[in-house]
Design a protein around this ligand. Structure first.
Ligand SMILES: Nc1ncnc2c1ncn2[C@@H]1O[C@H](COP(=O)(O)OP(=O)(O)OP(=O)(O)O)[C@@H](O)[C@H]1O
Ligand SMILES: [Mg+2]
Length: 488
C-alpha cells in the first residue's frame, strides 16, 4: 500500500471524445476500475480546469473505496495539445524526480495525455511503472486480468534509437566544445573530425606546433568517447631517457634492472579501459617503438624483465610537432608503426592561421583570471592579430595572464610584451605572401632563439652554445623576446 498513482481525468471536461465510443453501462471508467483492483497510498489526479466538477465527483467515488485522492487542476484549455500538456506536467515531473513506487495509468485522459506518459516514462524523466486497464467494451467483464503492466522497449523503435544516438552525439559535441575555444573554419573542421573519431577505438595522431592545444584535443577525444569513464593517462615521450621510458610505459618486474626493487605497473596498464596520451611520439627510441607496435597489434605487452604477456585495452592518442613521415624516410621511425599510428591524423592549426579566434580565446583567459571585464584597446588588438604567435595558444594565455597582473583599467599597447610591441603591422605578409627581408630574418632569428631556449630547458649557457653565439647576445635576445628581464 505504499504506491502512488498518477493519472488524468477529463470527466465532464467536455463531450466524451469520439474515440471513446459509447461506454458500457457497468464501466465506471479506468481510474475506478483500477482502484477496484489495486490499493494506493495516494492518488494524484490531474484535471483540466474545465473538468473540475467531474474531477471532484471522481475524487468522492475514489475516496469511497478508501483512497486518499489529491486533485490537481492544471491550466489546460485543450487537453489534446501536446505542448500544453507537457507544460502542465513539467512541474510535476520535477517534483517527482527520484520518487519511488510511482504508477501512471495510461488508460485515462486524451490520447495525447496517454502518449505523454509513455514519453516521460520511457525517456527516463518520470520514474514510474505504466499501467493499462483493459477497456471493458473489448473484453468480458469480469476480465481475469483487467490490469496490465505495459512495457515499451523503445529500443525497438528505430526513430528513438536514432534520437538516443543523436543525444550521445550532442553530448560529445558539448564536451568537445566546452574545453576548446574557437569557431574559426579551421577549428570547426578539427572539431568535426574529432567528433567522428571519438566514438571509435582507432589510434589518433595529433599534429601541430607547440602550444596549439594538442593535449587538449587528446583529452577532449577521451571525454567524448565511450571510454570517458575510464582513465586518461598522459605521458611525454621526450621527457625520459630510453630505458626509463620503456619501464614507465610497460612497467617492470622486481629485479628487472638495478633499482627495480618491486614490480611496477606501467602507464599502459594504468590506462586500461581508458586512453593513453603519448606526447612527443617522434622522440621514441627503437626499443619503445617495438613495444608500442606490439600493444597496437596484439593488445598486449610484456613488463621489463617479465615472462608473461599482459592484456591491455587502451586507446592510444599520440602527438608530435615533427613530420613523422620525414622521420620514417630518415630511418628514425618505424614505418610499420607509422602506418598504425597515422590512420587518423588531426592537424591542430597554429594560432596565426586562425586570428579570428583571438577574441574568444582572450575572453576565455580573462575569465579564467577573474578579469572578464578588462577591455583591450583597438591598437593592442591589431598587434595581437599581426603577431605570429610562435608559442601559439600557450603564449597567448601567458600574455593574457600578464595583463591581468599589470594592466590598469584597460590593456593598451604598453601592456603588451616587448616582442608584440616591437612588431610593425607592416610585417604581415602581403596578399602574395611577400614580406620584407628584414622581417623574415628577424622572425627566423627569434624562432631560432625560442627553439634553443625551449630545447635547453631555459639554460643560457646551453642556449649560447647551441646557437654558437656568446652569452650576452643570448641575454639580449631573450630580453627582447620577453623571455627574460633585461640584463643590468
Ligand atoms: N582551443 C583552445 N581553447 C582554449 N585553450 C586552449 C586551446 N588550445 C590550447 N589551449 C590552452 O593552451 C595551453 C597549451 O595547450 P596544450 O598543452 O594542449 O598544447 P600542446 O600542443 O600539447 O603543446 P606542446 O606541443 O608544447 O606539448 C593549455 O593551457 C591549453 O589549455
Ligand atoms: Mg603537449
Amino acid at each position: 500500500m505504499s504506491r502512488t498513482l498518477l493519472t488524468w481525468t477529463d470527466r465532464g471536461a467536455g463531450p466524451p471524445p469520439a474515440h471513446h465510443g459509447p461506454r458500457p453501462e457497468q464501466d465506471r471508467g479506468p481510474v475506478l476500475r483500477l482502484l477496484d483492483h489495486e490499493r494506493y497510498y495516494r492518488v494524484l489526479v490531474l484535471v483540466p480546469e474545465a473538468g473540475l466538477r467531474g474531477g471532484r465527483e471522481l475524487k468522492r467515488e475514489a475516496e469511497a473505496l478508501g483512497c486518499t485522492v489529491e486533485l490537481r487542476a492544471v491550466p489546460l484549455t485543450d487537453p489534446s495539445d501536446h505542448e500544453q500538456l507537457f507544460a502542465a506536467v513539467r512541474p510535476l515531473v520535477e517534483e517527482l524526480r527520484g520518487a519511488e513506487g510511482l504508477d501512471v495509468l495510461l488508460s485515462a485522459g486524451t490520447p495525447q495525455a496517454q502518449t505523454l506518459w509513455v514519453i516521460l516514462v520511457e525517456s527516463g524523466l518520470l520514474p514510474a511503472r505504466m499501467l493499462q486497464v483493459v477497456p471493458a467494451r473489448f473484453v468480458p467483464v469480469p476480465h481475469p486480468h483487467p490490469v496490465r503492466v505495459v512495457r515499451m522497449p523503445v529500443e525497438g523503435f528505430p526513430e528513438i534509437r536514432a534520437l538516443r544516438e543523436e543525444v550521445v552525439r550532442l553530448r560529445a559535441d558539448g564536451v568537445v566544445r566546452h574545453g576548446m575555444v574557437g569557431e574559426s573554419a579551421a577549428m570547426r573542421t578539427l572539431r568535426s573530425r574529432m567528433l567522428r573519431v571519438a566514438p571509435t577505438d582507432v589510434p589518433v595522431l595529433v599534429h601541430g606546433e607547440t602550444g596549439t592545444g594538442k593535449e587538449l584535443v587528446a583529452r577532449a577525444i577521451h571525454e567524448a568517447s565511450p571510454r570517458a569513464k575510464g582513465p586518461f593517462v598522459a605521458c611525454n615521450g621526450g621527457a625520459f631517457d630510453d630505458g626509463l621510458l620503456a619501464s614507465e610505459l610497460f612497467g617492470h618486474e622486481a629485479g628487472a634492472f638495478t633499482g627495480a626493487s618491486a614490480r611496477r605497473r606501467g602507464l599502459f596498464e594504468l590506462a586500461h579501459k581508458g586512453t593513453l596520451f603519448l606526447d612527443e611520439v617522434g622522440e621514441l627510441s627503437a626499443r619503445v617503438q617495438v613495444g608500442l607496435l606490439r600493444v597496437l597489434q596484439e593488445g598486449e605487452l610484456r613488463r621489463l624483465g617479465g615472462e608473461q604477456d599482459v592484456k591491455v585495452d587502451v586507446r592510444l592518442v599520440c602527438a608530435t610537432h615533427r613530420d613523422l613521415k620525414a622521420e620514417v624516410d630518415r630511418g628514425r621511425f618505424r614505418e610499420d608503426l607509422w602506418y598504425r599510428l597515422s590512420g587518423v591524423v588531426l592537424q591542430v592549426p597554429p594560432l596565426r592561421e586562425r586570428v579570428d579566434d583571438l577574441p574568444a580565446l582572450v575572453a576565455r583567459f580573462l575569465e579564467e583570471q577573474g578579469r572578464p571585464e578588462l577591455p583591450v584597446a583597438a591598437d593592442a588588438w591589431a598587434r595581437l592579430a599581426a603577431w605570429r604567435w610562435p608559442g601559439n595558444v600557450r603564449e597567448l594565455r601567458a600574455e593574457v595572464v600578464r595583463w591581468c597582473v599589470f594592466a590598469e583599467g584597460r590593456v593598451t599597447l604598453e601592456d603588451l610584451s616587448p616582442e608584440l610591441r616591437g612588431i610593425r603591422p607592416a610585417s604581415t605578409p602581403t596578399a602574395d605572401g611577400v614580406r620584407p627581408l628584414a622581417d623574415v630574418l628577424a622572425d627566423a632569428e627569434q624562432q631560432a632563439v625560442r627553439n634553443a631556449w625551449a630545447a635547453t630547458g631555459g639554460n643560457i649557457s646551453a642556449t649560447a652554445r647551441a646557437l654558437e653565439v656568446d652569452r650576452n647576445t643570448v641575454k639580449r635576445k631573450l630580453a627582447s623576446l620577453g623571455l627574460r628581464r633585461s640584463p643590468p
